[in-house]
Design a protein around this ligand. Structure first.
Ligand SMILES: Nc1ncnc2c1ncn2[C@@H]1O[C@H](COP(=O)(O)OP(=O)(O)O)[C@@H](O)[C@H]1O
Ligand SMILES: [Mg+2]
Length: 293
């Protein structure tokens, strides 16, 4: 089936095209005044790409301000997806150019996050992040003591079951600044669940990964201090006026949930940094659970 799809794909060339961005899965080139192609890295399957396209369409239809995806193509030996080119800068480039706008940006990004979280999905429409995290916790169980595993399981169990729409990779390279408005791209993690799972990915992007390796902040185009500032202010603004959760409790739960996600990801994708990341997150889980009880 995959071979058949491959043959049918339209082939395009990116010779002479301007590179406009890069992420973990691909490199992005402008192919026309209003069009781009995201050229996927080795190892991203056609099924993953079709899945991402379906999620982009779902996000668009649900009202998330995002770019419209067009077809899947071949670019030399790689797959690509055509997208509407947004007349915008990534927040990463924007903050590098206008560092004095950082606080404005954080406020707008929390507004955007709340706009996404105001949308509900139908039951079964999208991956449920709580169920997904339960599966991840089972997979990494052997890396934890039985006491820590049991505590984590109880914490996860106590997260409310919700169908709130979550982007789940909400960071500077996936947020675009268009004039005074923000838009979101990169929908392959779109899912549903309690917003604490979104905050967990925010914590991972801006604090957990940079604490393991400062290169993670550099990847976002910022230094570690700025990454920490974005994280802390995002939690503060998101939880402002929330009587049900203190910032301290939300950070505690978000960190634990974030660590489960990193350990499972690093265990599944053998990377040079995997061992160090897993050890670091296991230590953090132990520390967080031990100080709390
Ligand atoms: N529709 C778009 N319009 C303008 N720039 C884009 C668009 N999509 C992606 N980019 C640029 O390409 C970068 C990587 O795109 P992204 O879809 O996040 O790739 P990845 O899945 O590899 O993270 C973004 O950070 C942004 O700079
Ligand atoms: Mg991205």
């Amino acid at each position: 089936m995959e071979v058949k799809k491959k043959k049918e794909l339209h082939e395009i060339s990116i010779d002479g095209c301007r590179k406009i961005g890069e992420g973990a899965h691909g490199v992005v080139y402008q192919t026309a005044p209003d069009m781009l192609v995201k050229v996927y890295r080795e190892g991203v399957s056609l099924d993953d790409i079709h899945r991402e396209q379906a999620l982009c369409r779902r996000a668009f239809v649900k009202g998330i301000p995002t770019a419209i995806p067009f077809g899947v193509v071949r670019v030399g030996g790689h797959y690509g997806t055509m997208f509407e080119l947004l007349n915008a800068k990534s927040a990463s480039d924007y903050i590098a150019e206008f560092p004095e706008r950082l606080d404005w940006f954080i406020e707008k990004s929390v507004e955007l996050m709340k706009q996404v979280h105001a949308i509900e999905a139908e039951s079964g429409e999208l991956q449920d992040m709580k169920q997904q995290t339960v599966v991840w916790l089972e997979k990494i169980r052997t890396k934890l003591s039985s006491v820590h595993y049991e505590k984590l399981r109880q914490i996860l169990e106590s997260v409310p079951d919700r169908r709130t729409l979550l982007h789940a990779d909400f960071h500077l390279k996936n947020i675009m600044v268009c004039g005074d408005e923000l838009m979101l791209i990169d929908m392959d993690t779109l899912c549903t669940g309690d917003p604490i799972f979104e905050l967990a990915t925010v914590y991972n992007s801006y604090r957990e990964f940079p604490s393991i390796n400062p290169a993670a902040a550099a990847f976002l185009g910022i230094d570690v201090k700025t990454a920490e500032r974005i994280c802390d202010r995002t939690f503060e603004l998101y939880l402002e006026g929330d009587k049900t959760s203190s910032i301290q409790n939300a950070v505690h739960t978000a960190r634990l949930l974030g660590c489960i996600r990193i350990i499972e990801y690093m265990d599944r994708n053998a990377r040079p940094e995997s061992k160090q990341c897993i050890e670091h997150c296991c230590r953090d889980i132990e520390m967080l659970l031990d100080i709390k009880n």
